[in-house]
Design a protein around this ligand. Sequence first.
Ligand code: CU
Length: 152
Amino acid sequence: MKLKHILLSSLFTLAMAGGLKAESPAVKTVVISAYDTMKFSVEKIEAHPGQKLVIELKNEGNIPKEAMGHNWILLKAGVDAQAYSNAAIAAKAENYQPKSMADKVLASIPILGPKESGKTSFAAPSAPGSYAYVCSFPAHCQAGMRGVLIVK
Ligand SMILES: [Cu+2]
């Protein structure tokens, strides 16, 4: 009987620990559409430090991938989005994700053609702040195809 009691109280403790765990921020899923107009449908994402994020990018355009592909690149804090995009222009062979700047990237979804979609999941940075994201297809960031992840 005593052993059974200990077992039951252990189970109760485990259940409580599980309950506490559930209080950490829930997974946040964000669906972003990309258009031929070189815009993201979502230009601001808010998350808590360390929150699990699932980002889905949908290319809703019709123009062929070679001329109007879209990707989603989340940059580390303080990285100049335009500088990254400028480097990407010369990186067609690397899918517009320059390897020389790979250490500036937190998460990414590769170039998508019309009606394609892609997904990435990651934990939001632990440091509060603003993190830029861009489409690094040539000239798209400059045209305004960018947004910001705000961690707070
Ligand atoms: Cu684009």
